[in-house]
Design a protein around this ligand. Sequence first.
Ligand SMILES: NC(=O)c1ccc[n+]([C@@H]2O[C@H](COP(=O)([O-])OP(=O)(O)OC[C@H]3O[C@@H](n4cnc5c(N)ncnc54)[C@H](OP(=O)(O)O)[C@@H]3O)[C@@H](O)[C@H]2O)c1
Length: 274
Amino acid sequence: MHQALTILGSGYTARYVLPLAEQHYALVFATSRDPDQHLVDVKPEQRIRFDLTQPETWQLIPPTTDLLWCFPAIPIELVQQFADTVLLRTRRLVVLASTSAYDDGLSTEYPPPWVDETASIDASKPRVQGEELLRTSCGAIILRVSGIYGPHRSPLHWIQTGRVARSRKFVNLIHVEDLAATSLAALRHGQEGTIYNVSDGTPRTWEEICQTVEQRWAVRSSVSREPQSMGKRIANQRMRELLKADGVSLRYEDLYHALHGIQEASVNEAAPSR
Ligand SMILES: NC(=O)c1ccc[n+]([C@@H]2O[C@H](COP(=O)([O-])OP(=O)(O)OC[C@H]3O[C@@H](n4cnc5c(N)ncnc54)[C@H](OP(=O)(O)O)[C@@H]3O)[C@@H](O)[C@H]2O)c1
C-alpha cells in the first residue's frame, strides 16, 4: 500500500477518486478553499484548506504525499512558486488537464482525424502553459480529459436544457468512475512526464447522441444554430494500457448503457422511500 495521497481541489471527480484511493493509500487527504462548506462528506481529519491563490495555505499540504491536481493550473507564476515551495519535483504528481489543449479546427477533414498524445497543442492557453510547466519541470503525469459525465452530470440533462444541441460536431466523453480509476492507475503506474488522453474511445456526433436519446428516453433536442467546429476524435490507446497495468479496464465504454444506469439511479433517488 502506498503511503499517502493529497487530492488538490475536491469537486466532482474527487468525490469518486477518494473512496477508490482509500483502497490503495494508507492516508488520503482532500483540499478545498472552504472545507467546512464543501467537504462535509469527508472526515474532518482528512480535510485541508488550500487555495492556490493564497500562499499562506500552501504549508498546510502534508510533505511527501503523492498529489492529484484537479483544477486548472493557472496562473503560471503561482504554479511555479507552488511547485518550488511544496517540492513538487520530488513527489508523484498527476494533473487533470483537458483535451481542449489540442489545436481545434486545423483540419477540414470530416470525420476529423484521430488525436493521440503527440498531436499539436495550443500553447497560448494559460492552462496549457501551467500543465506543460508541471510536466517538463516536475515530471507531472498529465491526463488530458474528455467531457466528464456521470451521476448528476448527465448529457441527457445537457440536451434537455439546450446546453448542447444537434450538430455534426464530434464529442468525446468519459464516465467519472472511469476517470477516477484512470487517475489512480496514473498515480501508481504512469510514466513521469508523460501525457495520457482520457476518453471512452468512441467519439460520437451530437446528432447521433441526440437522436438515440430521443428514441430511448423521449428527450427532445434542439438544432444547433451556432456555426460548429468539427470537433475531435480522441484516441485512448495509451490510457487502455495504463488501466491494464493496474489490472482494470474501462467500465463504461458504451455511453448509452451508462446513461441507462444514470437514469435508473436518478429515478430511484427521486422516488419517495417507503
Ligand atoms: N468538466 C469537464 O467536462 C472537464 C473536461 C476536461 C477536463 N476537466 C478538468 O478536470 C478537472 C476536474 O474536473 P471536475 O469537474 O472534477 O472539477 P471541479 O468539480 O470544478 O473540482 C475542482 C475543485 O477545485 C477547487 N479549486 C478551484 N480553483 C482552485 C484554486 N485556485 N485553488 C485550490 N482549489 C481550487 C474547487 O473546490 P473548492 O471550491 O472547494 O475549493 C473545485 O470544486 C478540472 O481541472 C477540470 O477543468 C473537466
